[in-house]
Design a protein around this ligand. Structure first.
Ligand code: AMP
Length: 400
């Protein structure tokens, strides 16, 4: 059932959220303030839905990487921000399990909200300890997972806990959105389907590329990883980033794509720099004839047009990884051009998903995040999803 259709009358909903937010350095009294409330803000609709339908809310999250108890990483620091966003008081339990937690969570009245202390103060959380998960489960009647960022981890609060709520478990709005988006691209995608894959290294995207071979009609490869493909085919790539030990894998991938009739686009021209620097001198060279002393930093002007044209008739586009070193403004044009092509495809009715890598930062930097169909919030989780792996946090909800 869709989360919107669930009602929580008289129910204590135990929600795994991602409140792993950046904080200021501790003040003299030890207090810290939230410097970017995006993650807390995005959990509000799920919390509000439980409250609006008559329930109470217990929130659990990790914050940072504590080794045991650590006051600097207490979730107490986020309570004032949450209170501001919800417009109501929020209770705080000084532990996430045991009497300190139960004292707060068992007496919650409808409309009340409580936050449990940082899950990772207990090593059992990351270990996926079943007894600990059972203790956590005592804090609620219904389990909701709305933390996509940790969906690829089989931790106590993200996956193991679900077994204590065989009938009473669901995704919140955020998780539901991510799962739907992934399915629209990897599952019942409208053809033609294109994947635009960029970023620094082939090795980190190999599993994604392999999984996509069974799902896409077009594969557009840019970014630093393109030079390994070009070099493997005998091209001269100058001082560009390459992974020579990946030649065989790269060639095998191109061969498999050919066998499946996939249209593969690699950059034919490259905007090079005379060093890895934001103010490097620039020259454009054919990607397979980059002179020594120059390194590929962005796709060239012809490739930008060719890539955008290839995307023009696609009904589904997945974008993962920038086309160049977009952090340097003078080498961001290729990435921005592709972002705009994806926006144009979206305006023409295509479903477009940006996720799992620095392409999310790139669309945000270009101010285009609102203009694509979906921007994923979970980098590592989305990447593993695109690799075709079953994410424990998702399986825990969808499987009995
Ligand atoms: P990823 O996290 O795998 O998506 O990789 C993103 C990183 O790849 C960004 O920091 C980019 O600067 C980097 N990158 C993209 N193109 C290149 C390139 N041609 N040379 C070096 N690094 C690149």
């Amino acid at each position: 059932m869709a989360f919107q259709d669930l009602s929580f009358d008289g129910v204590r909903a135990l929600i795994r959220v991602d409140f792993n937010v950046p904080l200021t350095n501790p003040a003299e009294d030890g207090s810290r303030e939230v410097t970017d409330n995006t993650r807390i803000r995005s959990a509000v609709p799920t919390i509000q839905h439980v409250l609006d339908t008559g329930g109470s809310v217990v929130l659990m999250s990790h914050l940072g990487r504590p080794k045991g108890q650590d006051a600097a990483l207490s979730l107490q620091h986020i309570v004032p921000t949450l209170e501001g966003l919800l417009g109501r008081d929020v209770k705080f339990a000084s532990d996430c399990v045991g009497d300190d937690a139960l004292e707060v969570t068992q007496s919650l009245a409808a409309g009340e909200v409580a936050v449990l202390e940082n899950l990772r103060f207990h090593g059992e959380e990351k270990a996926g300890d079943e007894f600990f998960a059972g203790q956590l489960a005592e804090n609620g009647d219904f389990y909701i997972n709305d933390a996509f960022g940790t969906a690829h981890r089989a931790h106590a609060s993200t996956a193991v806990i679900a077994k204590f709520f065989p009938e009473d478990k669901a995704f919140g709005f955020l998780m539901e959105g991510e799962v739907k988006a992934m399915d629209k691209v990897l599952g019942e995608a409208q053809k033609p389907v294109a994947a635009v894959i960029g970023g620094a290294k082939v090795s980190s995207k190999l599993a994604v590329l392999k999984n996509l071979l069974d799902r896409v009609d077009k594969l557009v490869i840019g970014g630093g990883m393109a030079y390994t493909f070009v070099q493997a085919q005998g091209g001269q790539v100058g001082d560009s980033l390459v992974e020579s030990d990946m030649h065989a894998e790269a060639l095998a991938l191109l061969e498999a794509a050919k066998e499946k009739g996939i249209e593969v686009h690699l950059p034919t021209d490259t905007l090079c720099g005379d060093g890895f620097s934001p103010d490097a001198a620039q020259e454009t060279h054919p990607t397979d004839a980059i002179p020594d002393g120059w390194e590929g930093m962005d796709i060239g002007a012809n490739s930008r047009v060719a890539f955008a044209t290839a995307l023009g008739d696609c009904q589904t586009i997945l974008w993962n990884g920038p086309m160049g070193v977009f952090e340097f403004d003078r080498f961001a044009e290729g990435t921005n051009h592709i972002a705009n092509a994806i926006v144009k495809a979206t305006e023409g009715g295509a479903y477009t998903l940006v996720g799992g890598g620095d392409s999310v930062a790139a669309v945000n930097k270009a101010g285009l995040a609102e203009k694509v169909s979906y921007v994923s919030t979970g980098g590592g989780a989305m990447l593993e999803g695109l690799e075709g792996k079953t994410l424990p946090g998702i399986a825990a909800i969808t499987k009995d």
